[in-house]
Design a protein around this ligand. Sequence first.
Ligand code: ATP
Ligand code: MG
Ligand code: ZN
Length: 451
Amino acid sequence: MSKVKTLFICQQCGTQAIKWGGRCSGCGAWNTLVEELVGPSANPATMAGAAATPQLLADVSLEDAPRRKTGVEEFDRVLGGGIVPGSVTLVGGEPGIGKSTLLLSVAGSLAAAGLQVLYVSGEESLRQTKLRAMRLGLSSSPVQLLAQTQLETILEALGQVKPQIVVMDSVQVIETGALSSPPGSIGQVRACAHALVRLVKESHAALFLIGHVTKEGTLAGPKALEHLVDTVLYFEGEPTSGFRVLRSTKNRFGATHELGVFHMTAEGLVEVANPSELFLSGRAEPVPGCMVTVSLEGSRPLVAEVQALTSSCGMGLPRRRTAGVDFNRLSMLLAVLERRVGLHLLSQQDVFVSSLGGARLLEPGADLGISLAIASSLKERPTRRGDVAVGEVGLTGEVRAVSNLSQRLHEARRIGFTRAFIGPLRGGEPQVEGMEVVTVSHVRDAVERAI
Ligand SMILES: Nc1ncnc2c1ncn2[C@@H]1O[C@H](COP(=O)(O)OP(=O)(O)OP(=O)(O)O)[C@@H](O)[C@H]1O
Ligand SMILES: [Mg+2]
Ligand SMILES: [Zn+2]
């Protein structure tokens, strides 16, 4: 094979070098040299097939094929309603979280619907993939399998099979003979991804690239590819719990921050259609320090419990710990509770706040629930069973209404909550049958009424 010319290019200043080095001779930065193909064929256009003459926006035809439902509803939801032909999706996640399982299920479902699906496994043998397929009940699925890591061979197979759906598991193991860098290096990952993307854009196939991310997000790959792909999904979960959450952080074809919830079982991933119940303790007797809130994940309301524990810290430095709740937000809420409500938290109490079941309560709508959970713990009095609180808390202690309130309260009502504390709403409070809605304009009122 004739070697295409490659150079090592500093990602910071653009200095070129013939050999790899730890330090750039141009700017002095460390580990910034990445091997890249140079020359006329080196710059694959992501917009392959685009004409050189501009067209009037009004004349651009939209006769592209419609979205394809995968049959895995939670997956379709996160994609924004199904797969867009010709789109490229990056599915990132920590090792062992279930990426291969998820994509093989989706591949099986699409193949069963009659689509031509190619699953390229670079990490596992055909036998291993078959074993997984058996576990998922897909052993006789018409998915085409290829165990291969050489980019050139994969491209050849793509030309032969002409699949409508391609899964590359994973993008970090493919390598092209054109580069001397090892697989997994940024240069390799980027060059291979570029080549695959170009091919599928030409053939209007949909491509799924699986990528490993570590906790620090340091591994070459996913981060370096995000700009190149249309959609970025992250598959996450607590390793110890069976629950897995799929979210989109970028989507050129739909809303981001949509959420899909799955349960990992021996038979594979089971969709969880009612995730709200996951994030509630379901205990019969109310205990101090707990409050329920409804946060919004994409367009989806999630009912989740916040738990707070305050304990006197004596002379020591007060400690704060959070899980599923923003640390800086907690500091702000503690200051508001101290200064505007008169609760002595700042210098006298250790405060621990966490969300139940790994829910992420990072939007301001959770403020009121968090504040009430803390106040409830401090006062050692439980909140009433059936209560939820949804509202943003400002620095003066004022409570503000948040978006999609009606939708959130309906979700809370649906799973059995009967009273909601909310911020004042222009145009009156939302009417939800069976739900008493209490408007509170200051967090002090909320504490007085709820605890
Ligand atoms: N027999 C089994 N019963 C139940 N769960 C299983 C079984 N085998 C595997 N699993 C689950 O599947 C997970 C691995 O899934 P999968 O291989 O799809 O993950 P991955 O993200 O592709 O991992 P990798 O980073 O190794 O490619 C395991 O962590 C485990 O939770
Ligand atoms: Mg895998
Ligand atoms: Zn440099």
